[in-house]
Design a protein around this ligand. Structure first.
Ligand code: ADP
Length: 319
């Protein structure tokens, strides 16, 4: 573990990692990267590296956990042994159970659970690398994984922490600021500004609490914009991939359907100047291939089923 720094903020008002006091760490987002999950997101928040996977809505096991009128939301936060400096003992502990509980509650009211009675929506979080703020980073990732899974939500949940070092409020604490700081207050916020998680470690005056909350809310708004952009980029790229992978005919169909009168799709121009490569089939050969007796196709007169097409002749029809 690093030694406690003498000062966290220098004479220029910058923190030890070069950030301003109200600046969040860099965020990198990749959506939809796990093939076997219904929705997934890999997110880096400074030095935190997080994987979120969402499964569901799906059948509840064990069944006694089913709720007759809504889906249950389950959230499992797990820190990998190798995610921290000193190897962490694998498996759940008091801290991971607490983080899972408060994070689940941050999402429960935002998901339209009433649409999926008797089912479960499972959110799995793996912390691959931790550097303070893992619960907030995980919530940001989970929110995008839920959206990727197509789970109907009132909006996205965005999360970040505010804290205090050197008697100064700072946004989004890193590991040293978290370890040696005077306070740490993670929050989560919905798109319409509702606070869905608020915890506090340490001491803040009422004035600091108010100001800190505003700083954290501003941080969440910035994160929301990044989440929104990541989703838009992801779905634009997915759309392009679908069109690229589609057979040529179906792409033609799509383009024909979207043609308007003002913007008609022109018939392809067929040139007579095609060079003869010896494979050319002339008109007489084509005529020879056409059978003499044409198959008769009669439209069924049945008014109830006007769309039925029959290839029976009158003679074949059973009286
Ligand atoms: P958060 O990660 O949400 O800020 P905490 O404040 O509990 O949650 O933890 C702060 C940081 O302390 C973590 O991000 C991680 O880097 C470190 N940490 C937490 N639990 C352990 C642990 N069991 N072993 C080693 N380091 C840990």
């Amino acid at each position: 573990m690093n030694e406690k720094p003498e000062k966290f903020i220098d004479e220029n008002g910058l923190r030890l990692d070069g950030r301003k006091i109200d600046q969040i760490r860099d965020i990198k987002i990749e959506i939809g990267i796990l093939n076997r999950a219904d929705g997934s997101c890999y997110l880096e928040f400074g030095n935190n590296k997080i994987m979120a996977a969402v499964y569901g809505p799906r059948e509840v096991h064990p069944r006694h956990q089913q709720k007759a009128t809504k889906a249950i939301v389950r959230y499992k936060y797990n820190m990998a042994s190798f995610s921290v400096e000193d190897r962490k003992r694998p498996g759940p502990d008091r801290r991971s159970i607490e983080v899972s509980k408060v994070s689940r509650e941050a999402f429960e009211k935002e998901i339209f659970t009433e649409l999926y009675p008797k089912s479960a929506i499972d959110i799995f979080i793996e912390i691959l690398q931790a550097d303070a703020g893992t619960r907030t980073a995980a919530i940001n990732a989970a929110s995008l994984a839920l959206a990727d899974a197509g789970i109907p939500m009132r909006g996205l949940i965005s999360s970040c922490a505010v804290g205090k070092v050197d008697d100064t409020l700072i946004l989004d604490l890193n590991k040293d600021e978290d370890n040696y700081g005077q306070a740490d207050m993670p929050i989560a916020m919905s798109t319409d500004g509702k606070i869905t998680l608020l915890q506090m470690d340490g001491h803040l005056t009422q004035e600091e609490f108010k100001k800190g909350l505003e700083m954290a809310q501003q941080g969440c708004r910035e994160i929301y914009e990044l989440q929104r952009k990541a989703l838009i980029d992801h779905y634009n790229n997915t759309q392009k991939e679908i069109i690229q992978d589609a057979p040529v005919e179906s792409v033609k169909d799509i383009s024909t359907e979207s043609a308007t009168e003002e913007d008609p799709i022109e018939d392809p121009v067929i040139s007579d100047d095609v060079p003869d490569n010896g494979n050319t089939v002339n008109d007489d050969e084509i005529k020879e291939d056409i059978p003499d007796e044409k198959e008769e196709v009669i439209l069924d007169e049945d008014e109830d089923n006007p769309a039925i097409v029959s290839d029976e002749t009158e003679d074949d029809t059973l009286e």
